[in-house]
Design a protein around this ligand. Structure first.
Ligand code: MF3
Ligand code: CO
Ligand code: CO
Length: 269
């Protein structure tokens, strides 16, 4: 069932979305060579629970078919696609890392992720991170009443595949609200005019995972971490987006959000 948020729900989602983004702002200066992802997880847990008075949604998250997720954030490095579990391994120069934050505040969820390049980073790594960011925004730009979910997926697909990159198909964006993952599924590939019609009050994430090599993935023995099968680099960005009366409102923004791509003029319309 798709839930449509009323003004009160939208207000709750705005707060949760901003808080999730502010966790990334808080972590940013710590994403450096030598830091362990467990240290980032601890920083995030303390900030979310003590400063934000919120709940890290991943911790003990237990969807069917999975063991409970053991940490507060997801940290997916290099060939890891998503759901990487923080560990005592340190980041090193040239790594790319996705940090994915979901907080629950007053019962509402905000879900967002960004890519970080540790140290200098290769041209190829930086390009993958940038084009994945642009791909997410190409999807967001399609969001308005009367459009269809397939329009979003198609925009992301033609952009990323047109540049010779591949899109992970097994994971998708999702409706979000008082439930972490709810309907609809938001595929990052598709055909224009297909699937659910967008209506005001819908809130969902757009979170493309794009690989430098083939699209195929595998799951690690920890039961969570997804990697590319060919060990090529993978990147992901995520925003939580509201369908407004006339377009979209990006809910997961904060002072430290990266600049908009040049082809984007507004975060709300
Ligand atoms: N935040 C992820 C998403 O974007 C989901 C993480 S589930 C976890 O949907 F259990 F791995 F944390
Ligand atoms: Co999500
Ligand atoms: Co997420």
């Amino acid at each position: 069932m798709i839930t449509y948020k009323d003004e009160q729900g939208i207000a709750g989602m705005r707060v949760a979305g901003r808080l999730a983004s502010e966790v990334l702002d808080y972590l940013t200066p710590h994403v450096q060579a030598g830091v362990t992802t467990n240290a980032l997880d601890k920083l995030a847990f303390d900030y979310i629970t003590q400063v934000q008075q919120a709940i890290p949604a991943p911790l003990n998250y237990n969807p069917s078919g999975h063991n409970p997720y053991p940490k507060s954030i997801c940290t997916s490095i290099n060939h890891q696609v998503c759901h990487g579990i923080p560990s005592d391994k340190a980041l090193k120069k040239g790594d790319i890392i996705n940090i994915d934050i979901t907080v629950i505040k007053n019962g509402w969820h905000g879900d967002t992720s960004r890519m970080f390049v540790v140290g200098e980073g290769s041209i190829a790594a930086k390009r993958l991170c940038q084009l994945t960011y642009d791909a997410m925004w190409h999807g967001i730009l399609k969001v308005k009443p009367g459009a269809h979910l397939g329009d979003i997926g198609h925009a992301i697909q033609i952009f990323a595949e047109g540049l010779g990159f591949s899109i992970v198909r097994e994971f998708c964006g999702h409706g979000i609200g008082q439930v972490f993952h709810e309907e609809p599924q938001v595929l990052h590939y598709g055909k224009p005019g297909t699937l659910e019609e967008l209506k005001p009050g819908m809130v969902f994430t757009i979170e493309p995972m794009i690989n430098a090599g083939k699209r195929d993935i595998k799951e690690m023995n920890d039961g969570w971490t997804i990697t590319t099968r060919d060990h090529s680099l993978s990147a992901q960005w995520e925003h939580t987006v509201l369908v407004t009366q006339t377009g979209y409102e990006v809910l997961t923004l904060s002072a430290g959000s990266p600049p908009l791509p040049s082809f984007v003029t507004t975060t709300v319309c």
